[in-house]
Design a binder for this molecule. Structure first.
Ligand code: HEC
Ligand code: HEC
Length: 323
C-alpha cells in the first residue's frame, strides 16, 4: 500500500511548493489508499512491472551557473516564463497551464520531454505540420495547442528567452545525435485495449486526490497548484497530450507526481484513455465540423476526438474561441 507522496522539485517557486504540500496534506487526510489497493488487486501480478527509466546521463547546469550578463538575463526570463507562463507570457496563452506542468522540474527531467534534449534535436521534420521545424517553431506549437493560445511571433522577446533558456540547459550536449532522456520513455502496447471504466477507477484512486474529482485541477489564490487535465482551462484538442499514446507514456513515467513508474503500463493506458475522453477547448485547426476536423487531423486510434463516449460526440462544442 503506497500513499501519494509529494517530491517538491528544486526549481519551483517556494510559495507554490508550500501550497502543494499543504493541499496534499489535506487530501491525504481522507486517504484513497484503500481504493488504490483495490485497483491494484484487479491487476494480474505479472502486469506490475519494475521501473524502466530513460538511460539518461546528461546533467544540465545548475541554476547558480546562469551568467550575470545580458545573456543570463534572457535565460532567467526564459526560466520564469517556463515556470509561470500565465504570469510572464499570459497574453499568448488561453489556459492556466505553465510549461513546467508537462515538462517537469523546470524542463530538466529526463523522460518528461526535457528542454536540453529537445534543443539539440532541432531543426527536425514533424509529421504534425509536414515540414522541417526550427526549435522556435516547435515552441510555437506548444503555445498553440498545449497552452491553447496564440503563439508569440518568431523573434519575439518571449521566444528568444525560452530559446536562450533551453540552449543554456543543453550546454555540453552534442547536436544531431539521438539523446537519451528525450521525449517520453517508450511504453509497451497495452495487453488489453485501453478502457474507460478501468481508467476511471485508476483516476479516482490515483489522480483525483491532486487533480480534483472533476479533473479541473486545484488553485490557491488564483495560482495553479495542481494543473487541470481537462475542461476549459486545460490543453486543447490539438495538443500532443490529447493523443492517448503520448499521454500514457507521460503518465507512466511521471505520474502520480513523485511516484514515477508506479502504475502498470495497462493502468497508464487506461487512465490516459479516460483523461483523453473528456471535453476540452476546440482544436484551433477547426475545419467547420467535428467530422471534417477528425478526418484531417485526428484519423488515428490514439485520438478520441469526434468519437462518441457516453452518448456524446467529443469535440462537438462549436468553433474555437478567437484570440
Ligand atoms: C499540456 C502539456 C504541455 C504543456 C503545458 C506544454 N507542453 Fe511542450 N510538449 C508537450 C507534449 C505532449 C510534447 C511532445 C512530447 C513528445 O512527443 O515526446 C511537447 C513537446 C515540446 C517540445 C519539443 C520536445 C522534443 O523533444 O521535441 C518543446 C520544445 C516544448 N514542448 C516546449 C514547451 C514550452 C516552452 C511550453 C510552455 C510555453 C510547453 N511546451 C508547454 C506537452 C506540453
Ligand atoms: C501528488 C499529486 C499528484 C497526483 C496524485 C497526480 N498528479 Fe498529475 N500532476 C501533479 C503536478 C504537481 C503536476 C504538474 C507538474 C509540475 O508542474 O512540476 C501534474 C501534471 C500532470 C499532467 C500534465 C499537466 C496537465 O494538466 O495536463 C498530467 C497529464 C497529469 N498530471 C496526469 C495525472 C494522472 C493521470 C494521475 C494519476 C495516475 C496524476 N496526474 C496524479 C500532481 C499530481
Amino acid at each position: 500500500m503506497t500513499h501519494a507522496r509529494c517530491t517538491p522539485q528544486a526549481h519551483r517557486p517556494p510559495h507554490l511548493v508550500a501550497a502543494m504540500l499543504c493541499l496534499l496534506a489535506a487530501a491525504l487526510a481522507c486517504s484513497t489508499a484503500t481504493q488504490a489497493a483495490a485497483v491494484d488487486a484487479a491487476m494480474p501480478k505479472s502486469a506490475i512491472n519494475a521501473s524502466v527509466g530513460t538511460g539518461a546521463t546528461f546533467q544540465p547546469p545548475p541554476e547558480s551557473a546562469i551568467p550575470s550578463d545580458a545573456f543570463g538575463k534572457a535565460i532567467k526570463l526564459g526560466r520564469d516564463i517556463f515556470l509561470d507562463t500565465p504570469k510572464y507570457a499570459g497574453r499568448y496563452i488561453g489556459n492556466t497551464l505553465s510549461c513546467v506542468n508537462c515538462h517537469t522540474d523546470a524542463g530538466r527531467m529526463a523522460g518528461s520531454a526535457p528542454m536540453w534534449a529537445a534543443y539539440v534535436s532541432y531543426p527536425a521534420y514533424r509529421s504534425k505540420n509536414r515540414k522541417v521545424n526550427t526549435f522556435e517553431e516547435r515552441l510555437q506549437g506548444c503555445f498553440h495547442f498545449s497552452e491553447n493560445g496564440k503563439p508569440p511571433p518568431l523573434g519575439s522577446k518571449t521566444l528568444v528567452a525560452l530559446q536562450a533558456y533551453a540552449y543554456w540547459l543543453s550546454k555540453g550536449l552534442p547536436t544531431d545525435e539521438p539523446v537519451a532522456g528525450r521525449g517520453y520513455p517508450k511504453l509497451a502496447a497495452p495487453a488489453m485495449a485501453p478502457n474507460y471504466v478501468r481508467g476511471k477507477a485508476v483516476y479516482e484512486a490515483r489522480c483525483a486526490i491532486c487533480h480534483n474529482a472533476n479533473g479541473e485541477g486545484r488553485y490557491v489564490d488564483g495560482q495553479t497548484v495542481f494543473p487541470p487535465l481537462w475542461g476549459a482551462k486545460s490543453f486543447n484538442w490539438g495538443a500532443g497530450m490529447g493523443s492517448i499514446k503520448n499521454a500514457a507514456a507521460f503518465i507512466h513515467a511521471n505520474m502520480p507526481y513523485g511516484q514515477s513508474y508506479i502504475l502498470t503500463p495497462q493502468q497508464a493506458w487506461d487512465v490516459a484513455y479516460f483523461m483523453d475522453a473528456q471535453e476540452r477547448p476546440q482544436d484551433p485547426r477547426w475545419q467547420g465540423s467535428v467530422a471534417a476536423t477528425r478526418a484531417k487531423f485526428h484519423d488515428s486510434k490514439f485520438s478520441l476526438y469526434g468519437q462518441t463516449i457516453n452518448g456524446k460526440v467529443l469535440g462537438d462544442i462549436g468553433p474555437p474561441r478567437q484570440h
